[in-house]
Design a protein around this ligand. Structure first.
Ligand code: GDP
Length: 544
């Protein structure tokens, strides 16, 4: 676990804490993980809309009849400091500040996602009720488990026919070895949603009136059990029978096992109609952990109220084509971030000035002056910063390096046009720094023909598109027949490269100078191990 979820800050009134601890206690930093099309964008909009709707009801901003959530975001931002970016959505809800970090949306697993998950304290796993657990959900869940990130589950699209609720819980338990603990329960089969039961208050049914156009949160009305039984008949009866079964099975909400990654609170709903979204939002506030002391490389932790420390979890160039810039995303881990302050970059020990700090990226940006643990700051043109970097003030802090995954696809890259070799080298170096792909070099091919290593083949498409678009350098890729990478040592690398009999090759990863031994299949790995029993072959972190 990278974050220690020891304290339940949310139960302690901020008045009893120092200012930083109080601000940290009201932060919730999370990401939504899902397979494409499960409804992540819809849910994100619904969450933001819901936060807005609640504030609107307080007559701060009583506009009605507005259309289109996305176009409302800028409006929201101006009205009450909610910032919308392609990377982080920040909004206020019930006295908390919620930071929702975007995870890359494409189907192909990439290391980017892993890095985003290094910056959150909790994940909402979004499942399409009709499709159940899908491939991308599984991979993302594995990353959460690996990092010890607690997971809240939201079963979406309950307004359409799909799997039964018990069946879905079974699937989660069986496949993820994660105990599902439903917090809401649907009345009515998928496609015939009559309402939801909040299992903490089971004597009522929550009924929703859909609002057209998605401009408002669905109206939610509590119906007493007797009336629900009368009006919903068999559906009410069945939902209660199922809940009885679950109770007998001990599936009650248990915050400790949720924080330990052993159980997942489950919610049902339909993001498109805002059904069940408020309850999910409440769960983020009530159940998700606030930022807590973070483990340091070499032991010990940095408490949230220690002097400033932050982790660079993502670096992205050219987010805004008009600006041609490079943004390093920093999660504040402890202390206060103040724009203009100078921190130390742990990797070099050199000072780093934060003149250009923004909360909003993409086309529209606003300066950040202060940020607290859990918040994300974009540092513009911070060319010195790399993914995994730690910045700190006061006593030195260094967070553990971000692990790289075992690549499974390899290709030699060459510039299509040799007269653009300089741009080619610059582009490859940039994409390596951003972690778009891993870049390896071999002694035989030299630096003019780097080997790109990817976890998913789509990373190569991204490289080609970005190299052509941003560096005017078209890239030829020659696929190599390897599928497995193992960590090795200089003796192992030498033995493999010298061997005529074994198909494989040892290369150096540019980023961390690690030696990787590449093989086409496990049989060649076996032959190598038998032929050179003294050579070291270590497992790399598997993405699959
Ligand atoms: P993403 O790829 O995960 O971001 O998914 P989107 O939010 O773009 O949603 C994919 C499709 O599912 C869109 O057509 C949405 O309108 C639809 N969708 C999202 N949530 C729901 C829901 O609760 N019910 C139904 N019926 N459709 C939904």
């Amino acid at each position: 676990m990278n974050t220690a979820h020891k304290e339940n800050h949310s139960d302690t009134p901020p008045g009893n804490m120092g200012a930083v601890a109080g601000e940290a206690a009201r932060r919730r930093t999370f990401a939504v993980i899902s397979h494409p099309d499960a409804g992540k964008s819809t849910l994100t909009e619904a969450l933001a809309l819901h936060a807005r709707a609640i504030t609107s009801a307080g007559a701060v901003h009583g506009k009605s009849g507005r259309r289109g959530v996305a176009s409302d975001w800028m409006e929201m931002e101006k009205a009450r400091g909610i910032s919308v970016t392609s990377a982080v959505l920040q909004f206020a809800y019930r006295g908390c500040v919620l930071n929702l970090l975007d995870t890359p949306g494409h189907a192909d697993f990439s290391e980017d996602t892993y890095r985003v998950l290094a910056a959150v304290d909790c994940a909402v796993m979004l499942i399409d009720a009709a499709k159940g657990l899908e491939e991308q959900t599984r991979k993302l869940f594995d990353v959460c488990r690996h990092r010890g990130i607690p997971v809240i589950t939201f079963v979406n699209k309950w307004d359409r026919p799909g799997h039964g609720a018990l069946e879905l819980l079974d699937e989660i338990e069986r496949e993820f070895r994660l105990r599902p603990t439903p917090v809401t329960w649907p009345v009515g089969a998928p496609g015939y949603l009559r309402g939801l039961i909040d299992v903490r208050d089971p004597d009522r049914m929550l009924r929703y009136t859909r609002t057209p156009g998605g401009t408002h949160a669905a109206l939610e009305k509590a119906i007493p059990a007797a009336r629900a039984a009368e009006e919903e008949g068999a559906d009410w009866g069945q939902a209660n029978d199922e809940l009885e079964l679950l109770r007998a099975d001990g599936a009650g909400l248990d915050r400790d096992s949720f924080l330990a990654g052993l159980s997942t609170p489950v919610f049902f709903g339909a993001a498109v109609s805002n059904i069940g979204v408020r309850l999910l939002l409440d769960a983020v506030v009530d159940l998700a952990p606030a930022p807590a002391a973070r483990e340091l490389e070499g032991g010990g932790t940095r408490p949230v109220d220690a002097p400033f420390s932050g982790l660079v979890f993502k670096v992205q160039a050219n987010m805004d084509p008009a600006h041609r810039d490079r943004i390093a995303f920093l999660r504040v881990c402890s202390g206060v971030f103040e724009r203009g302050a100078t921190f130390t970059r742990a990797a070099s020990g050199k000072p780093f000035a934060t003149k250009y700090a923004h909360s909003v990226f993409g086309q529209d940006r606003s300066m950040v002056d202060t940020a607290y643990p859990g918040d994300v700051v974009g540092l513009v043109n911070a060319t010195a910063l790399r993914v995994g970097d730690t910045l700190y003030a006061g006593p030195a802090a260094l967070f553990p390096p971000m692990p790289t995954f075992a690549p499974e696809h390899f290709a030699v890259a060459r510039p299509a046009d040799l007269s653009r070799s300089k741009q080619f080298r610059k582009g490859i170096a940039q994409l390596d720094e951003e972690g778009v792909v891993q870049v390896l070099v071999s002694d035989t091919r030299g630096e003019a023909a780097p080997i790109l290593a990817a976890v998913g083949p789509m990373q190569f498409d991204v490289v080609q598109a970005r190299m052509a678009g941003e560096f005017s350098s078209r890239v030829h890729l020659e696929t190599l027949p390897y599928r497995l990478a193992r960590a090795t040592d200089p003796a192992g690398a030498e033995a493999l490269n010298a061997s005529q009999r074994i198909t494989g090759e040892a290369l150096t990863r540019v980023r961390d100078k690690a030696l990787l031994a590449l093989f086409p299949d496990k049989w060649q790995v076996g032959s190598f191990e038998r032929a050179f029993p003294d050579a070291r072959l270590g497992q790399l972190l598997a993405a699959h």
